[in-house]
Design a protein around this ligand. Structure first.
Ligand SMILES: C[S@@+](CC[C@H](N)C(=O)[O-])C[C@H]1O[C@@H](n2cnc3c(N)ncnc32)[C@H](O)[C@@H]1O
Length: 215
């Protein structure tokens, strides 16, 4: 493991908003590809996708490092199995999960760690199971902004090191994500650039979304 996990609890001390739970259309569209009901959400946050999935009857296990995020999930839905852990040390039970998602999380790690987590997901998800991930793309304006800041050190492979708190932020290309999942059946890959109005202040974001199926 390289560096510290990003401190989401600190955000809440600074009045971070509580977001409504909402199943992503991309994931909703492909739920028919699997018949089982076991879901693992690595970096569940406030339960954006996991709460609707639990309400639909899926058995959801959510992992997060943040005490506050887990508290929000617990207060919003009593059907979730919540685990406080760094996702870099969390053991994924083999052949248990039909869906493994990690939305808007893996870019907050050094790529050595995110690649390792992706390998663990691929090794342990059930056959025919689907993976859903989203990560910052190279088009994200924060890549240039952080690269120009003296707080960040620029490393190889589009990884930035935040020297102030020893965390990492990584930016991905579409080809890189497809290569990481070259042994999976691609169901969806998208690379978007848009105004994100969901955060504390509206900002532009570049995001790669990937859904793949283990074959
Ligand atoms: C931007 S939020 C995304 C939350 C959720 N997946 C969603 O789509 O709304 C990132 C979440 O990942 C969690 N996280 C980041 N790094 C982590 C790590 N190394 N281990 C566990 N959780 C982590 C944060 O605490 C936070 O809840």
């Amino acid at each position: 493991m390289i560096g510290n996990p990003v401190d989401y609890d600190k955000n809440f001390k600074e009045n971070f908003p509580i977001f409504p739970a909402k199943l992503d259309l991309e994931l909703k569209r492909y739920l028919n590809l699997i018949s089982g009901k076991e879901v693992l959400d690595l970096g569940i946050g406030q339960g954006r996708n996991s709460i609707p999935l639990a309400e639909l009857g899926y058995n959801v296990t959510g992992v997060d490092y943040s005490t506050k995020c887990l508290e929000i999930c617990k207060n919003s839905c009593n059907k979730l199995n919540l685990i406080q852990s760094d996702i870099r040390t969390f053991d994924i039970e083999k052949d248990k999960y039909d869906i493994i998602l990690s939305r808007c999380v893996l870019h907050f790690l050094h790529k050595n760690d995110s690649y390792q987590i992706i390998q663990n997901i691929k090794n342990n998800i059930k056959n025919n199971g689907i993976v859903y991930i989203s990560v910052f793309s190279l088009e994200d304006p924060r890549f240039i902004k952080h690269s120009m800041s003296s707080d960040f050190q620029i490393l190889d492979n589009n990884i930035l090191h935040n020297k102030l708190n020893d965390t990492y932020v990584s930016f991905f290309s579409k080809e890189e994500v497809l290569n990481l999942f070259s042994d999976f059946r691609t169901v969806l890959i998208s690379d978007s650039y848009c105004l994100d109005q969901g955060g504390e202040t509206p900002h532009y974001a570049g995001v790669i979304k990937y859904i793949g199926q283990k074959i």
